[in-house]
Design a protein around this ligand. Sequence first.
Ligand SMILES: NC(=O)c1ccc[n+]([C@@H]2O[C@H](COP(=O)([O-])OP(=O)(O)OC[C@H]3O[C@@H](n4cnc5c(N)ncnc54)[C@H](O)[C@@H]3O)[C@@H](O)[C@H]2O)c1
Length: 343
Amino acid sequence: MQLSKKMRTVLVGCGGMSGAWLDAALTLPDVEIVGLVDIVEAAARKRAVDFHLPQAVIGSDFQSVLEQTAPDVVFNCTIPEAHYAITLAALRHGCHVLSEKPLANSLEQGKILVEAAQQANKIFAVIQNRRYDAQIRRMAHFLTTGALGPLTTVNSDFYIGAHFGGFREQMKHVILLDMAIHSFDAARLLTGADPVSVYCQEWNPAGSWYEHDASAIAIFEMSNGLIYTYRGSWCAEGLPTTWECDWRFIGQQGSATWNGAQVIQAQVVAATGTFTSTHQDIEIPAYQAENIGGHAGIIREFFACIQNGTQPETNAADNLKSLAMVFGAIESAESGQKVMLHS
Ligand SMILES: NC(=O)c1ccc[n+]([C@@H]2O[C@H](COP(=O)([O-])OP(=O)(O)OC[C@H]3O[C@@H](n4cnc5c(N)ncnc54)[C@H](O)[C@@H]3O)[C@@H](O)[C@H]2O)c1
């Protein structure tokens, strides 16, 4: 990628995730980190030292760093509660914004941000880094070949006993808001469909180290008529799944499973007429996808889109549909009712 000028970039929120962002951004020759902001200024200073950025303006007041540095781009790596205010301020200052997920802390806030980006004529995209994985691309491509026949059912399981400490252990709807956004967004990619409705139950298992519900089960109807289910917990010890979920895809002619990592298997009907049909294993073709590499992949795509005037795959307007799945699931869990989804 060769941009016509260096993209002056300010990163806000110098906590755990910011390292992955800086690792990726600093490999791009035309990106210059001109500012580092954190309400805990020492965290910003530490990032400047760790990543050898002595020229970066350091501050705890985002507005003041915006004015001092006049950036082209803002990376929003703050906690979810702060995403809205930081992204809105950045867009109103005329910056392109790439934000950590979730896009915002409510669907209403998300819509305001998407409108603000449109008014500013700037790119606003969300890190859904799990789309930028070679195996999910291979799986998604295989599903589009039609080898399984029309898909009817997709299941995903996420079970990881995560002892984070920090904000997540006090966060409401932690599994849905902070983690399931990845799985729901992946389900949209894998099914090629958008959500229509959701029924969800959340609970906090006995013995949980979380203050609020850390487990959830959700059933979605998708726009192509298939049913997608999610079972997830951050409070499940033993036999962990991958962070990408354990998936099963059922089509009219066969099924496939993907463990979220290297293991993908598929079987289709070979002959019918007996109590159970006979099945044959089929090969999952290799697939060469662009921009793979998690955070690095999406960050590369984001800067390429600024240059080309195109939109990243995870642009916020599209990502509202994944966010609607999260907030619809939360609304259903709170009301006990099935919720229709209109992003
Ligand atoms: N994409 C992924 O795979 C992935 C993984 C982990 C976390 N995340 C997301 O990344 C974000 C940050 O998570 P983290 O684990 O780095 O959290 P963290 O708590 O380690 O870091 C957040 C930082 O933001 C700072 N901050 C909070 N409010 C701020 C504000 N108003 N202005 C400036 N700085 C502020 C905090 O002081 C802290 O240093 C969250 O949205 C989280 O959901 C994404």
